[in-house]
Design a binder for this molecule. Structure first.
Ligand code: GLU
Length: 472
């Protein structure tokens, strides 16, 4: 770092769509960087595009950041700051560093074509640069349509990207850029520059797709006499076919992942590893560990593929590791309200889910016993008479249990009752009677989850079924 200044970073999302997973990753990298350096993290809502910005998207961004645990120290909204931008725009116009441009769309297109014909890379011709400022002001007063352009000098501009090293652009190829629309309404590059400077941002950490904006912003900063901060451009997140991440392969809205039942710890851990890797091999890292190890300089340059399998793996891992109470509360929000889950139920299936929205199907049998064929109660080629006998034996053993017994106590009691008998012939019918399913958690766990009374009721139901003569 070149200065001793307190690190100040920001996430600057535009509320023109749901909070994007790429923005979530950028926010996380900024936040981790701030935490790692004892700095501050700022949220700035970039809603200068009035047509596309919507309050509901701002709310979605705020919800997503909070959900991820990325709390900010300061908050700004660009639409609250229009007077500030106008002030700086006025300064640039006054000093002649910016000027009014009255070229129409058609004229701009003509200029562009003319340059292409000459074999030149198209850029603004600079036509209005030489207008007399008084004449230009008169045109503005006469309500002629205009934009404001910044004079871009014919010089090279460079910066030292923390991840990519030296990057250079040629102002001569750029042409005078538009920094404000009619009425002094600032455009992205201009508003960003003013805000980043006024809020004392020390490091701009954002996606690689903004690299070409950086020289523009540096030119604006130079014109305003601002000192540019440091820059770091993060690699893009890619689809498996290495195209830019899109809905075609993955959900791109953070809320989709939340709705599908990805847990915060998994998403944070996973997102931190998109484009960055710790020194060692251990990838499972809680947030404190991430802060400890995070090193922006070690971020990769090339695009980083979004691996759904990896995310699922992390999610499965964190669900398995989660405390009972926390998981119970979360799980309850993923099943119908009328299902009253308990910890034992959730624990019978927690190891099997990659996403919490799989819980509803896995837990359904606790609340709606499926209509199973009586033959499912048979282990291999057992005869139904033996099934009945064995179920009665198990029923007696369960009758000896306390109302709420632990899985261990249940196992001990039931295995004791089986003694030297064939376990499969005892436990299979019991398990099917309890779950109504071919595959399910084991019988001891289910009994613990259902409790003694409900377990006995289900065994009785199975016994009644056995009494009904089979029609086929
Ligand atoms: N509003 C821009 C975006 O959402 C912010 C870019 C930046 O970080 O400067 O992409």
């Amino acid at each position: 770092m070149t200065s001793e200044k307190k690190v100040r970073v920001r996430i600057a999302p535009s509320p023109t769509g749901s909070f994007h997973i790429g923005n979530a990753r950028t926010a996380l990298f900024n936040w981790l960087f701030a935490q790692a350096h004892g700095g501050e993290f700022i949220l700035r809502i970039e809603d200068t595009d009035k047509e596309r910005s919507q309050k509901k998207f701002e709310e979605d961004i705020i919800y997503g950041l909070k959900w991820l645990g990325l709390e900010w120290d300061e908050f700004y909204r660009q639409s609250d700051r229009t007077e500030i931008y106008k002030d700086y725009l006025g300064q640039l116009l006054q000093s002649g560093k910016a000027y009014y441009c009255f070229c129409s769309k058609e004229e701009l297109e003509e200029q562009r074509q003319a340059m292409l014909v000459q074999g030149l890379a198209p850029k603004y011709s600079g036509k209005c640069r030489t207008l007399n400022p008084d004449d230009a002001l008169q045109k503005v007063k006469n309500e002629e349509a205009y934009v404001v352009r910044l004079k871009i000098p014919d010089v090279k501009v460079s910066f030292q990207d923390i991840i990519r090293g030296h990057i250079e652009f040629d102002g001569a190829l750029m042409g005078d850029i538009v920094i404000a629309k009619e009425g002094g309404e600032p455009l992205y590059n201009f508003a960003v520059t003013v805000d980043d400077t006024l809020s004392g941002i020390t490091h701009i950490i954002r996606g690689e797709d903004h690299i070409s904006n950086t020289p523009r912003q540096i030119f604006i900063m130079q014109a305003l006499g601002f000192e540019p901060p440091q820059f770091a451009h993060l690699p893009m997140i890619l689809n498996p076919d290495r195209s830019k991440i899109s809905k075609r392969y993955n959900s791109v809205a953070l809320t989709d992942y939340i709705k599908q039942g990805y847990v915060k710890e998994a998403l944070v851990n996973f997102l931190a590893l998109i484009g960055w890797h710790p020194k060692g091999d251990e990838e499972v890292m809680g947030v404190q560990e991430l802060i400890k190890q995070f090193d922006l300089k070690k971020a990769q340059k090339g695009g980083a593929v979004f691996s759904q399998e990896k995310l699922d793996w992390f999610n499965n891992h964190y669900i398995k590791a989660m405390g009972d109470e926390e998981l119970l509360t979360l799980a309850q929000s993923f099943v119908p309200k009328v299902w009253k889950l308990n910890t034992a139920m959730v624990n019978t299936v927690r190891g099997r889910v990659n996403r919490l929205d799989e819980l509803e199907d896995l837990l359904r049998f606790y609340f709606e016993i499926p209509d199973y064929p009586v033959t499912l109660l048979r282990w291999k080629d057992m005869n139904l008479g033996v099934v009945e006998l064995n179920l009665n034996k198990m029923k007696d053993a369960i009758g000896n249990l306390d109302t709420h017994s632990s899985g261990d106590a249940i196992e001990k009691e039931l295995l004791g009752a089986i003694g030297n008998g064939k376990r499969g012939e005892m436990l299979w019918p019991l398990r099917v009677a309890l779950s109504g399913q071919e595959n399910s958690p084991g019988p001891f766990e289910i009994i613990e989850a259902l409790g003694k009374q409900e377990s006995l009721r289900r065994i009785n139901l199975a016994l009644q079924r056995l009494d009904i003569p089979e029609t086929h």
